[in-house]
Ligand binder design. Structure first.
Ligand SMILES: [Zn+2]
Length: 92
């Protein structure tokens, strides 16, 4: 019985963390598992992700090269980014 109670506490804490995370989402867009421009895994890259914006919408790409590509066709990559995030939330 006691074990069950102890197990429930981190779950509640996680719930709070997720709620606060949502509020920060507007300023900092979610990072998908892979860069939508070149398909690199963010976790495997050493440089920090770059946030790029177009018409008030922001996405995260893995490097400067990708941000240049994004600028050439922002709508395409915003669409890909949204699809990637939707897929990831369905999977988890
Ligand atoms: Zn890149």
């Amino acid at each position: 019985m006691i074990y069950r109670i102890v197990k429930a506490i981190p779950a509640i804490a996680l719930g709070f963390a997720m709620t606060t995370g949502l509020q920060a989402e507007e300023a900092k867009p979610r990072i998908p598992e892979v860069c939508v421009v070149n398909g690199d895994k963010f976790a495997e890259r050493k440089n920090s992700p770059i946030t790029v914006s177009h018409n008030g919408e922001s996405i995260v790409v893995c490097c400067k090269k990708c941000s240049k590509k994004f600028e050439k066709d922002p709508e395409k990559y915003i669409k890909l980014y949204k699809e990637a995030l939707a897929k990831e939330s369905k999977a988890s």
